[in-house]
Design a protein around this ligand. Structure first.
Ligand SMILES: NC(=O)C1=CN([C@@H]2O[C@H](COP(=O)(O)OP(=O)(O)OC[C@H]3O[C@@H](n4cnc5c(N)ncnc54)[C@H](OP(=O)(O)O)[C@@H]3O)[C@@H](O)[C@H]2O)C=CC1
Ligand SMILES: CC(=O)N[C@@H](CCC(=O)OP(=O)(O)O)C(=O)O
Length: 347
């Protein structure tokens, strides 16, 4: 058994971590923390978690969080570093924010307005790298882990196999992805007013300025073993959760179209949470809601000379909380799939 504290328990990511931990056979849920909402009941914020409704939220302090085996941080960017620095090194800290995801301080400075906090092992276990290792190799027994962003999860798992196998060109990657509105968190944002979001799709962060761009570049470069160039355009879709990423890359010279799929089949054959769908069936956000899986499909567009890979994830499950629990399992030496759902909620 392990004990877990959750900072950010009143938010979307914190709520999803709690939903998963309630079904985790090895977890005992400890302190639940918030900021402005400290003192209120969890049931005021997470009505879908009735068994925890009467738990009172505590202030987010190192004293409250220490004394647990695992601390999940689901806080706004910039809030994790000071807190983590005051937690004992033997506590496994799993951070859902961006603070420790990027290795390059200059890339951080171009996209974020807080000082670069540092770099922790990157919590995308299935990510394959050019040297054949996977990111999980850095996560077993780790006590500090940076959980990936939701778009980088979909895009990196979609393209890494082809890059690592050299069948697609890392210098010409184009991604357009649609996200549900929960990706933006719970706090009020004018562009997310219901009347404006419902019934409309719109792009944002256009022109290479979205802060997930350097994280995607970092992952695709690690997979390719060479610098990747990525044009990434996010769009907002009228749905509460889910991401559908359409990723295309130029077919590498001399690669036969019919040999392309093999790279994905071999990379993910033994991965419980990455599903390359049978040929002809395409991913849908509706099929992965509440599940810790990414669904993938690919096709070769021979007239354009490009490989098209589509990925669907639930931004709050595989895209955040599921990855966080998966990482905690690795940190604690538990079987990786413990407590994690592969079944979604449909329709
Ligand atoms: N939503 C998503 O799909 C994804 C989110 N993430 C990351 O997870 C983190 C949380 O996101 P999300 O749950 O969506 O955000 P929310 O806005 O829904 O929740 C934020 C939580 O953090 C608490 N909080 C705010 N400021 C502080 C502070 N200074 N100190 C302590 N606690 C604080 C809030 O408490 P209170 O209610 O008291 O204000 C609330 O519990 C972010 O870093 C986000 O980038 C990562 C991938 C995907
Ligand atoms: C729809 C929407 O607004 N999505 C968020 C992504 C949230 C997320 O995954 O990422 P972080 O952990 O890096 O914040 C955005 O585009 O900023």
């Amino acid at each position: 058994m392990f004990t877990a504290a959750i900072a950010g328990a009143s938010g979307y990511a914190g709520g999803e971590i709690l939903r998963l931990l309630l079904a985790h056979p090895e977890c005992q849920i400890g302190a639940l923390c918030a900021s402005a909402n400290a003192g209120s009941l969890l049931g005021d914020h997470q009505p879908h978690l009735p068994s925890l409704a009467d738990r009172r939220l505590e202030p987010t302090t190192p004293q409250v969080l220490a004394g647990h085996d695992v601390v999940f941080l689901a806080l706004p960017h910039g809030a994790s570093a000071a807190l983590a620095a005051q937690l004992p090194q033997d506590v496994a800290v799993v951070d859902c924010g961006a603070d420790f995801r990027l290795a390059d301080p200059q890339a951080w400075a171009r996209f974020y307005d807080t000082p670069h906090a540092g770099t922790w092992p990157y919590g995308m276990p299935e990510l394959v790298r050019a040297d054949g290792t996977r990111a999980r190799d850095d996560l077993r027994g780790a006590t500090r882990i940076a959980v990936p962003g939701c778009y980088p999860t979909a895009v990196s798992l979609a393209l890494a196999p082809g890059l690592a196998a050299g069948v697609i060109d890392p210098t010409d990657v184009v991604v357009v992805a649609a996200s549900g509105t929960s990706g933006a968190g719970r706090s009020l944002k004018p562009h997310l007013l219901g009347a404006e979001v419902m019934g409309a799709m719109s792009p944002y962060g256009v022109g290479g300025v979205h802060r997930h761009t350097p994280e995607i570049v970092q992952n695709l470069s690690a997979a390719a073993g060479a610098g990747a160039t990525v044009s990434f355009t996010p769009t907002l879709a009228p749905m509460p959760r889910g991401i559908l990423a359409t990723c295309t890359a130029r077919l590498a010279p001399g690669v036969a179209a019919e040999s392309v799929r093999q790279a994905w089949e071999e990379t993910y054959a033994a991965e419980p949470f990455v599903h390359l769908l049978p040929q002809g069936r395409w991913p849908s956000t509706g099929a992965v809601l509440g599940s810790n899986c990414v669904a993938l499909q690919l096709a070769v567009d021979e007239s354009a000379g490009r490989v098209v890979v589509t990925a669907a994830v639930d931004n709050l499950t595989k895209g955040t909380a599921g990855a966080a629990v998966h990482c905690a399992n690795l940190a604690l030496g538990l079987p990786e799939p413990t407590g994690l759902p592969t079944a979604g909620v449909a329709p």
